[in-house]
Write a protein that binds this ligand. Structure first.
Ligand SMILES: [Zn+2]
Length: 409
């Protein structure tokens, strides 16, 4: 028998017989008994198919495996049911008895189970399986994934799903697509991280607009507030160069793109969330003590001014709200001037004009930034757990790749 181009597989005879003691014929009892035989059934099925293909391979002149001595023709069976090995069989972990052959030329023994499965040596989960579990864990919490799986007879534990997310994420890398539009936005949002007070770290997202509408993810990073945005753009430098022009909206630091100034036009947008945060910094420059009454007053007023109540549907109300915020900001600037906070005054005066255009637009929902929708997609998953920095970044990577970049498992 030789491998022909139209090889259509082999026939496996799988006979199984179970003798079970079942108390009654209620649907729940039948399903529970079925669930009880599933692990054995799955293991036996894997084993049977592997032995079938092992036999088939051993009958081939040129084997689909090679000994370290280079021999790929002469082997004898050592065992078809050898030492057990644990692999993930998607529905649960299964323990398979390894298939082992012996080289007739050099005498060394070799397990062929993973070769037959198409898995790397020593690995316990195949890529096609951890990508599925990784996607699952990015779509819902590990606990919910485990629960839903359990209801369908799965036995996939939280830790396995967690580790599948990390593995899957390690294969995902975002960058600009030269075939999509030369137009994008970059923005940041706070993410809670274990052991870091308040808003933790800043998740920075770079999105690229697509030809047919919508966006795709072109960069992702999780780091410090006011930290570098280099990681967001560095994968895409070459693609930036391929565009004759690129329009980028951001309020982040774009130093890494300085060398592309003739190509990349950057429009800075004022992000309201950043204003109270950056104000803390300029107050510090003005030697106003953190948490002093003066500092608390300015920051809390700015927080109120920058807070947006979404979905206000009355235009007159919006105008009144903006008017009131404008007045309040004027008072705060005056307060800072009277107290000699020169850095703060110039910072706020500089922000003042853009602040209210952005506010007006956001209040009547005219231009919800495209990144904001992406951030909501992130937050729906990230806000329901406590994360390490790597954990948060990885789950976000997989989730956004699925929702925006066509990743599927
Ligand atoms: Zn050999």
């Amino acid at each position: 028998m030789g491998i022909t181009p139209q090889f259509e597989g082999i026939i496996i005879d799988f006979n199984c017989q179970f003798k079970m003691h079942i108390k009654d014929s209620r649907i729940s009892t039948i399903l529970a008994s079925f669930a009880a035989v599933l692990p054995q059934l799955l293991t036996d099925f894997f084993q049977k198919v592997l032995v079938g293909f092992g036999e088939y391979a051993m009958a081939l002149k040129k084997k689909p495996f090679t000994c370290k001595c280079g021999n790929d023709a002469d082997f004898i069976w050592k065992t078809r049911h050898g030492k057990k090995t644990k692999i993930h069989g998607f529905y649960r972990w299964v323990e398979l008895q390894q298939l082992q052959v012996k080289c007739k030329l050099c005498g060394s023994k070799m397990y062929i189970t993973r070769k037959l499965l198409g898995m790397e040596p020593m690995k316990r989960i195949a890529p096609e399986i951890y990508r599925k579990l990784g996607l699952l864990g990015s779509l819902t919490t590990f606990r919910v994934a485990e629960k839903i799986g359990g209801m369908f007879g799965w036995a996939v534990d939280k830790m396995t799903i967690w580790s599948a997310v990390q593995k899957t994420a390690s294969e995902i890398d975002f960058k600009l697509d030269a075939n999509e539009l030369p137009h994008g936005e970059a923005d940041g949002t706070g993410i809670g991280i274990k052991g870091i007070a308040k808003r933790g770290k800043e998740l920075k997202v770079f999105v690229q607009y697509k030809q047919g509408g919508g966006v795709r993810i072109a960069g992702l990073d999780l780091g410090n507030y006011n930290g570098s945005w280099d990681k967001l753009f560095q994968n895409s430098i070459e693609v930036f160069k391929s565009f004759s022009q690129f329009l980028l909206l951001t309020d982040g630091d774009t130093a890494i793109l300085d060398s592309l100034k003739d190509k990349v036009k950057i429009i800075f947008q004022r992000c309201l969330w950043h204003i109270p945060h950056q104000a803390k910094h300029v107050l510090w420059k003005d030697a106003v003590k953190r948490k002093s009454a003066e500092s608390l007053y300015v920051i809390s007023e700015l927080m109120e001014i920058c807070a947006i109540r979404p979905f206000v549907d009355c235009q007159q109300t919006i105008e009144m709200m903006v008017e009131s915020k404008r007045k309040r900001l004027g008072e705060i600037i005056k307060y800072c001037r009277d107290n000699g906070y020169t850095h703060t005054v110039s910072y706020l005066e500089n922000a003042q004009p853009d602040m209210f255009t952005a506010l007006e637009k956001r209040l009547n929902g005219k231009t919800t930034s495209k990144v904001e929708r992406v951030m909501r997609t992130v937050n729906m998953r990230v806000n329901v757990s406590k994360w390490s920095k790597a954990g948060a970044l990885n789950v976000t990577k997989v989730r956004l790749a699925y929702y925006y970049n066509g990743f599927d498992a």
